[in-house]
Design a protein around this ligand. Structure first.
Ligand code: 13P
Length: 251
């Protein structure tokens, strides 16, 4: 059985002070919620301080991006070695905002996945189509390409460690969630792709999160689908009580 994984991607929100206030509250609110892996992804500046508050809480820490190199003359970048040292267990790779606004490519995603895995940081690899691509009927070909190029040259063992996040771009920050049926259709397709390319055993292990306007009132419907193993939550993760309700969707 795949343990559900629900992650809050804070994007470029919260100062260190706000992050600490949130984390102190959130860890209290979710301390009795079992059977779900809880992850928060604050901005870089807050990671180290937040990691101190997460010790022995069962809540994992994620970064929102990283560089593919261990160190070097890359002004403004953060390396996997730095993230590992401060206790990041996860890193979000290839978020659609990074692809659209900062020119990230499938090839770059592939290099970052390898770098994260090399340092035992679990990548959350984001894929998903835009509205124009969906309307042109290109969703599945795009998913194919993103998976093929993103996972190129990774061993089965490496792929088995990755979390995939399906985030249709048209559902991000728009309030327009994919219906559970729409999301499940793509998740099932991703699972099928993994089966065909890596075998049933690996495909059955990999967790596929849905992301795009997930809220306390739509999480349960999404999680009820067989191939939806969690959520990557943006806006609704910014309020501790709201995000605690999402994490506790079974309660
Ligand atoms: P929203 O939940 O704000 O739509 O954002 C989704 C997302 O991009 C998570 O990575």
């Amino acid at each position: 059985m795949r343990t559900p994984i629900i992650a809050g991607n804070w994007k470029m929100f919260k100062t260190v002070t706000e992050a600490l206030e949130y984390t102190t509250r959130f860890r209290e609110l979710v301390k009795n919620i079992q059977g779900v892996e809880k992850v928060i992804a604050p901005p870089f500046t807050a990671l180290h301080m937040v990691s101190q508050l997460l010790i022995e809480t069962g809540i994992s820490l994620a970064a929102q991006n990283m560089n593919e190199f261990d160190n070097g003359a890359y002004t403004g970048e953060i390396s996997p070695v730095m993230l590992k040292e401060i206790g990041c267990q996860y890193v979000i790779i290839g978020h659609s905002e990074r692809r659209a606004l900062y020119g990230e490519t499938d090839e770059g995603v592939n290099r970052k996945l390898k770098a994260a895995l090399k340092h035992q940081i679990t990548p959350i690899m984001c894929i998903g189509e835009s509205l124009a691509q969906r309307e042109k009927g290109e969703t599945f070909t795009l998913i194919d390409t993103q998976l093929k190029k993103g996972l190129a040259d990774l061993t089965k063992e490496q792929v088995s460690k990755i979390v995939i996040a399906y985030e249709p771009v048209w559902a991000i920050g728009t309030g327009r969630t994919a219906t559970p049926e729409q999301a499940e259709e793509v998740h099932a397709y991703i699972r099928q792709w993994l089966k065909a390319n890596l075998g049933n055993e690996i495909a059955d292990l990999i967790r596929i999160q849905y992301g795009g306007s997930v809220k306390p009132d739509n999480i349960a419907g999404l999680m009820a689908k067989p191939n939806i193993d969690g959520a990557l939550v943006g806006g609704a993760s910014l309020d501790a009580a709201n995000f605690a309700r999402i994490v506790g969707f079974r309660q």
